[in-house]
Design a protein around this ligand. Structure first.
Ligand code: AHR
Length: 656
């Protein structure tokens, strides 16, 4: 970590007094000379089901393996017996009778005393909150005798009942039964028991427990605190569902949106590719129930005022894994899936897929405008397949903008090849990914200054500064340290300055469970009850919530400010609320006095928001979530001293 060592050394030797003695750098903001428009979608979010982001994360279901479809059908479940009760469980596969959800559990309860039951461990425990209501549901069918159910929320050690209720009166037809209860205590690692009493045989499936309080209070919905954190970013778009998960390790494991819509009981569970990706972060219990599926993604995007940006498989599996491709003469079903998705999102309720959208509760269109074809694909096999998609879209949906891959890295042969070829194809958006060092981010703040203004636009679809290779979980959390966020902010001034070329950007990945992550750094970390925005989150929020409508030049000595003397800057005006918005990033270990020479009619004293931290390795944690947090500072006139290692936003009212 060269940068960290350099900067720390400087911090030791540079006395604050020297900084004050420094001459103020004059920054000219040509607020009266707007240049290019900032896309309303400029700053968005990238959602992928990695790190238990969906099941065990944003999707608020508390029961793991609710339909017994994991490779090991009883994973997550344990048998319990008490007070002399006895019984057994048999997993039955009904095959063609229910191809998407073939298994159910047959419970046989013997003896009229005590109970036989199953406990579920949740996703690394269940987050239970005192005084909150929990809603239990189950599909059940009586096979013999008379079995009653008692459902109980239990403490982590299983010794205390935190809430309970009972169900009975099952018939010999499959039906859904529900009951609710309120928790009498909080436990971040609770568990759940379903106890069978009486004598007989009961078949059960889709055993489910949700908090009543979800995002927008939707039954079976999303975890409210996590969805709120996403909304608070004010994203311009939501990219979903990934990422490599789109591609799958092989084609059978790819993401197929049609399998994720309609009745949740009918959504076919598959293994999550991150289950087995990293042996050192093994997650054998990581599957995709698709309770959070394409309808829910569209709905989330709409809820938070963002454009939906689905990325679909292009007939290619992950080239780092099996690298399987569908033959070109068998690519039609993949293209049809993409075309049908437009109908699902936008089609009239009389169309096949529009009708399904309406049946799911959203007759109005979702107004889909863009779609990604493939994730991190490369080489001629991608180009060949992309061309077929492009042709089909040009014929049927010419107004849908297509996002194309430019490979997994921001430079090199693979990147150069696709950039050249796809520009020749007049591709709408090239998706560039960069997981690089903080150094790289700072050095690349000018990356787009010389990009072709009249060619394909750029979607910086996945990026994050990787500060170091972690050796353990603690170090992994430390990867979201201040130096990484500072470097990203420096780089983002370059994206903003080039908003005519870079029209969308999203940090990746978005979410990570502290006990179940596979990839780091990540924008938001959570446990079963709490969540924390990283310093990187607050950088994203600062840019996204204050993007403005047009870029204006920010200059020092007549030049763009992209790293000279460790200073980075970009500026915009916001025509909707008459403000000039100036972002200034000081990556040096010295405080830096600057004097703002703002052209145009400026009113008032201005507002200053600062993000900084003394130590470049500082992080936010669940226990200390605001160590690095935006602070409002008083500003006097046009002179400010930027703290060492700081990200600053200064706004003034203006007459535009
Ligand atoms: O963001 C994590 C992974 O990084 C994505 O799935 C993939 O596209 C990239 O390689």
């Amino acid at each position: 970590m060269k940068i960290i060592r350099q900067v720390t050394a400087l911090a030791l030797f540079c006395l604050p007094a020297m900084a004050w003695a420094q001459q103020a750098k004059i920054i000219t903001i040509q607020a009266d000379k707007p240049t290019v428009n900032v896309s309303p979608n400029m700053w968005g979010i990238f959602f992928e089901d990695i790190n238990f982001s969906a099941d065990g994360g944003l999707y608020a279901e508390l029961v793991k393996n609710r339909s017994f479809e994991f490779l090991k059908p009883m994973m997550g479940w344990k048998e319990v017996r008490g007070n002399g009760g006895s019984g057994s469980v048999l997993i039955i596969n009904r095959g063609n009778e229910n191809v998407n959800n073939p298994r159910f559990a047959r419970i046989t309860v013997k003896g009229n005393t005590g109970y036989y039951g199953l406990t579920n461990e949740g996703f690394r425990g269940m987050g239970i909150k005192k005084d909150e209501q929990y809603n239990f549901s189950i599909l059940a069918r009586k096979s013999e005798g008379n079995v009653k159910i008692k459902v109980q929320l239990l403490s982590a050690d299983g010794k205390t009942v935190l809430g309970e209720n009972a169900l009975q009166g099952f018939t010999d037809k499959w039906d859904k039964y529900k009951t609710s209860f309120t928790a009498n205590a909080t436990d971040a690692k609770g568990q759940f028991a379903i106890l069978f009493e009486g004598q007989g045989v009961l078949d059960i499936d889709m055993v489910s427990l949700f908090p009543q309080h979800t995002w927008k209070e939707r039954p079976g919905g999303l975890r409210a605190d996590l969805a709120q954190k996403l909304a608070d970013l004010h994203p311009g778009f939501v990219r979903f569902p990934g990422g490599c998960i789109v591609e799958g390790r092989d084609l059978a494991n790819r993401y197929q949106w049609k399998k994720t819509v309609g009745d949740v009981n009918e959504r076919e569970l598959i293994i999550n590719r991150w289950n087995i990706e990293f042996p050192y972060r093994s997650a054998p219990d990581y599957f995709q129930s698709y309770g959070l599926g394409f309808f829910e993604y569209f709905q989330l995007a709409e809820d938070i005022g963002a454009e939906p940006l689905p990325i679909l498989n292009c007939g290619m599996a992950c080239q780092y894994n099996s690298a399987e491709v569908a033959p070109l003469d068998q690519i039609d079903p993949f293209i049809q899936d993409a075309l049908d998705l437009v109908e699902f999102a936008n089609g009239a309720v009389t169309t096949k897929w529009g009708k399904l959208r309406a049946a799911m509760g959203h007759p109005a269109p979702f107004n889909l405008k863009m779609m990604g074809i493939g994730n991190e694909q490369w080489d001629v096999q991608y180009l060949d397949r992309y061309k077929l998609f492009a042709k089909a879209f040009a014929a049927k949906y010419p107004n849908i903008k297509l996002v194309t891959s430019s490979g997994p890295s921001p430079s090199g042969d693979k990147f150069d090849y696709l950039q050249k070829e796809l520009r020749a194809q007049k591709a709408n958006f090239l998706d560039e990914h960069y997981y690089q060092s903080p150094d790289w981010f700072m050095q690349n703040a000018s990356r787009y200054d010389n990009y072709d203004r009249n060619s394909s636009k750029i979607f910086a679809g996945e990026y994050a500064a990787h500060a170091k290779e972690p050796k353990n979980a603690k170090e992994a959390e430390a990867m979201n340290c201040w130096i990484s966020a500072l470097a990203e902010a420096a780089f983002m001034t370059g994206l903003e300055r080039n908003a005519d070329v870079v029209q969308m950007a999203s940090y990746a990945p978005l979410l990570a469970h502290v006990d179940a992550w596979q990839w780091r750094p990540d924008l938001i970390w959570f446990d079963n009850l709490r969540s924390v925005g990283t310093p990187n989150y607050y950088v994203q929020q600062l840019f996204s919530a204050n993007k403005g409508t047009q870029v204006v030049p920010a200059l020092a000595d007549g030049n763009v400010i992209a790293g000279k003397d460790s200073l980075y800057s970009s500026a915009t005006i916001d025509k909707k609320n008459n403000t000039v918005i100036i972002k200034l990033v000081n990556t040096s270990a010295k405080a830096m006095p600057v004097s703002l020479d703002i052209k145009g009619k400026i009113n008032g004293t201005g507002k200053w928001t600062e993000l900084t931290s003394v130590n470049l390795l500082d992080i936010n944690t669940l226990d200390d979530p605001k160590k690095i947090y935006p602070v409002e500072k008083a500003i006097n006139g046009r002179s400010v001293t930027l703290a060492a290692h700081s990200v600053n936003m200064i706004t003034y009212e203006t007459k535009l």
